[in-house]
Design a protein around this ligand. Structure first.
Ligand code: TEU
Ligand code: CA
Length: 532
């Protein structure tokens, strides 16, 4: 068994608005999640991560918090959350909350007080300036500075004007933030997903960011974020935060590091700290932005493993509430999606799944007129918004798909019935059972969870091949990421084994023995072998 639960965990992300509605208002809620804990248990996951459920005016659907210590009534009550934690724990499922600490909502009482006057108790809880001090852009468009007519100054917001950035340079602010976290730690929460945690401290002199030159700039983000992100002081604050967490038993921090595309895994990994003294885990989204190809995925995975190193824990994720669903990125090709899942669940470290991924659920189609996401509203069609990847979970067939008895706040995926849990339970070879088989194999197999990963150059460039091992106990994974039959020979320098036993396959052919000199694999098929 692993020393710390997060080192080889599977975390299932829930977007609470879209998971299960319990009262017919068309919006998912906490009692709904409780109703589905038995289902979650059948997936053998170790934890659930809930996107924000705190009090919020929902300008950014909960990523604008107006009270960290109360629950938004649309999601339920504090009693519901306490019941969720205890019911989940009964089933050995840990609960992770999403904490947005870079900014609050405009409606947070801290901001109300801060904007009142320059002398107020919370005057420096946010970042204020008499004039617009620099060229910084907000990630969701426009300038990062907005005038406040009460205080007669500009305040900084890295996202919407509704999301003023907290001033982490003030020790009083940091103390207030830490108190919010302690509230939840005392309630028994198992960890936090920390939103854009590399953005918390800004350049003290508020220097200008350089413009993006050369490659075609994205209209909603046209500069290199040198001075409003990744300041050395953010690491210092994370070290303080880690000390707070370490005062409790087995609590985990996973950070979202906002990087410039296409990904900077080394930068993300730097937030893990060198001495287990910052985040326990952090995301690298490179895979989500890499074309489906054996050569490319191998390169990306190798780089991430190297950035993290053997003594820290890599995370693996295909999609989330900000990134189009994996099946949609693969243009609906379910075979490719299975291969992607096989890749994901045979990596070392912590795996993050996104609700509906286990069903092969694609994005919803959302028109400009139906769009809720502020990013999509502003930048459609250049940015299609994030509503499409936030569609309702499909539990059963028929009206509302078991998600709601009312009218869903957001449209379901096209032909949603065919993805329903209800149908997939009955189909032997469904995506759901495929995920379950993989998840259960991973749960049973220490080598798949914790074994070191070494990529292998086979005779075929279309086959992604790697070996996982703990001592002499080895697994060989072969993924044919092309649409053609491929034959390869696998040179295994580390082992004398030339025979292997098939323990998992996307094809129906387990239990076979194969000769490593000439393995034949069909288009988009993948296998796991035990080396003998
Ligand atoms: O996301 C950071 C973020 O802004 C990007 O992931 C963004 O969504 C992407 O670049 C758009 O293409 C976090 C949250 O995950 C996101 O939902 C919030 O909106 C955002 O922070 C602000 O809190
Ligand atoms: Ca509801």
């Amino acid at each position: 068994m692993a020393e710390n639960w997060w080192q080889d965990c599977v975390v299932y992300q829930i977007y609470p608005r879209s998971f299960q509605d319990s009262n017919g208002d068309g919006i998912g809620d906490i009692p709904g999640i409780i109703q589905r804990l038995d289902y979650l248990q059948t997936l053998l996951i170790d934890a659930i991560w809930l996107s924000p459920i705190f009090l919020s005016p929902m300008a950014d659907f909960g990523y604008d918090i107006s009270d960290y210590c109360s629950i938004d009534p649309v999601f339920g009550t504090m009693a519901d959350v306490e019941r969720l934690i205890s019911e989940a724990h009964k089933r050995n499922i840990r609960v992770i909350f999403d904490m947005v600490l870079n900014h609050t909502s405009l409606e947070h009482p801290w901001f109300a007080e801060s904007r009142l006057s320059r002398q107020s108790e919370k005057a420096d809880f946010y970042i204020w300036s008499d004039t617009i001090p620099n060229n910084w852009h907000a990630a969701f468009g426009g300038r990062a500075w907005t005038y406040d007519s009460t205080r007669k100054q500009y305040y900084l917001h890295s996202f919407l004007p509704d999301q003023p950035d907290l001033n982490w340079r003030s020790s009083k602010t940091v103390e207030a933030i830490f108190n919010q976290l302690a509230f939840w730690l005392d309630k028994g929460i198992d960890g936090f997903r920390l939103d854009v945690i590399n953005c918390i401290v800004k350049d003290e002199a508020l220097r200008n960011n350089p413009k993006i030159i050369g490659s075609r700039p994205r209209p909603y983000d046209m500069q290199r974020h040198i001075f409003d992100r990744n300041r050395p002081e953010s690491h210092q604050k994370l070290k303080m935060l880690r000390k707070l967490i370490d005062g409790y038993d087995q609590r985990m921090l996973v950070g979202e590091i906002m990087v410039e595309l296409p990904g900077e895994p080394e930068l993300a990994a730097s937030y893990l700290g060198r001495f287990q003294d910052e985040l326990h885990l952090c995301f690298d989204f490179s895979l989500a932005y890499t074309r489906f190809s054996a050569v490319k995925w191998k390169k990306v995975a190798k780089r991430w493993y190297e950035a993290v190193g053997k003594h820290r824990v890599p995370t693996w994720v295909l999609n989330n509430h900000d990134i189009p669903r994996i099946v949609s990125r693969l243009h609906g090709n379910e075979e490719k999606a299975r291969l992607a899942a096989l890749f994901l669940l045979t990596q070392r470290g912590a795996i993050f799944l996104y609700y509906g991924e286990e069903l092969g659920l694609p994005n919803s189609k959302i028109s400009r007129a139906a769009m809720h996401d502020p990013l999509g509203k502003r930048y459609w069609p250049f940015h299609p918004g994030r509503d499409p990847e936030r569609g309702p979970m499909v539990w059963s067939t028929g009206e509302g798909n078991g998600f709601t008895t009312g009218e869903s706040w957001l449209a379901s995926a096209k032909a949603a019935n065919r993805y329903s849990v209800e149908n997939q339970e009955l189909e032997q070879d469904s995506m759901l059972h495929f995920y379950r088989r993989l998840l259960s194999l991973r749960k049973e197999d220490e080598v798949l969870r914790n074994g070191l990963c070494t990529f292998i150059d086979t005779s075929c460039m279309h086959i992604l091949a790697y070996c996982r091992e703990i001592g002499s106990d080895q697994r060989l994974i072969l993924l044919n990421m092309s649409n053609k039959n491929q034959i390869c020979s696998v040179p295994l320098v580390q082992t004398s084994a030339m025979q292997c036993e098939l323990i998992f396959s996307t094809e129906a052919r387990s239990g076979r023995m194969d000769d490593l000199h000439a393995i034949q694999i069909g288009p988009f098929q993948g296998r796991i072998y035990r080396l003998l």
